[in-house]
Design a protein around this ligand. Structure first.
Ligand SMILES: [Fe+2]
Ligand SMILES: [Fe+2]
Length: 215
C-alpha cells in the first residue's frame, strides 16, 4: 500500500497509535494531518472528525477491515468542509472535478469528492480504497466495499450524533453494517427535507435490500 513518502511522527490516540505500525509505519505523517485539519476545520467539525476516526477503527476491528485505512479515511473524510460553497465550486473547476446533474443543484455531497481529491493531492494518500471510501461517504454507491460502509456508517454513529436514527444506526452497526446503512442514509438525507436522494444512494439502498432479502 502506497500512502505517501512522509515520516510517521506519532498519534495522540493510543488505540490508533497501537495499530499504526502494520502497513503505514514510516509512510504517513498523521500528526501533521491532524494539525492541518485542526486549523482548516471549525471545532465542531474537527471533534466530529476525530470521533469518526474512533468509530471507524472500532467498526474495522469488529468487521475485519484494515484499521489503518479506516482511520485515515475517517480522518480525511470531511477535510474539505472548511471550504465554503464558492471555494468548493472553484476547487472543482480548478481540479477538473466533474459534478453530475444532481450535484450541480446540491452542493452538500460535493465536499466528499473534494475531500478525496485533497486527500490525494494535499495529504499524499494514494491508496484507492481509502480515496474511494472518502469519495463515497456522502451519497454511497451501488457497490460499497467494506471500508466504504465503515466510513459511511461511522460518520453517523459517532457519539456526537443524536436522535432516533443515530440510535438505530448504532444498534444495527453492533450486528450488521448493511442494516446500519438505512438509518445512516436517512440521517444523511435529512437536509433534503423529502427531496429525492442522489441516484447513487438509491442504487446503494436497492442493492443492500436485495442482499438482505437473500440472507
Ligand atoms: Fe461528510
Ligand atoms: Fe462527516
Amino acid at each position: 500500500m502506497n500512502l505517501g513518502n512522509r515520516q510517521l511522527i506519532s498519534v495522540n490516540n493510543t488505540r490508533i497509535d497501537g495499530c499504526m505500525g502494520k502497513n503505514m509505519g514510516e509512510e504517513i505523517d498523521i500528526s501533521k494531518i491532524r494539525n492541518t485539519l485542526r486549523q482548516a476545520l471549525d471545532e465542531k467539525r474537527f471533534t466530529h472528525t476525530i470521533a469518526v476516526c474512533d468509530a471507524s477503527v472500532m467498526l474495522a476491528e469488529k468487521f475485519g477491515a484494515d484499521k489503518e485505512k479506516a482511520y485515515l479515511a475517517a480522518l480525511l473524510h470531511d477535510c474539505a468542509r472548511g471550504l465554503d460553497t464558492g471555494h468548493q465550486l472553484m476547487y472543482c473547476a480548478k481540479n477538473n472535478i466533474e459534478l453530475d446533474d444532481y450535484m450541480k443543484n446540491d452542493i452538500n455531497p460535493v465536499h466528499a469528492l473534494i475531500s478525496a481529491d485533497m486527500a490525494k493531492q494535499q495529504f499524499g494518500i494514494n491508496d484507492k480504497e481509502i480515496l474511494d471510501a472518502i469519495y463515497r461517504h456522502a451519497v454511497g454507491c451501488a457497490d460499497m466495499t467494506l471500508l466504504d460502509k465503515i466510513i459511511f456508517v461511522a460518520d453517523m454513529i459517532e457519539p456526537n450524533r443524536k436522535g432516533k436514527d443515530a440510535d438505530k444506526a448504532r444498534k444495527a452497526a453492533a450486528q450488521n453494517l448493511d442494516k446500519a446503512i438505512f438509518p445512516a442514509m436517512r440521517m444523511k438525507a435529512y437536509y433534503l427535507q423529502g427531496k429525492p436522494m442522489h441516484p447513487d444512494s438509491i442504487k446503494m439502498l436497492r442493492r443492500i435490500s436485495k442482499w438482505k432479502a437473500l440472507k
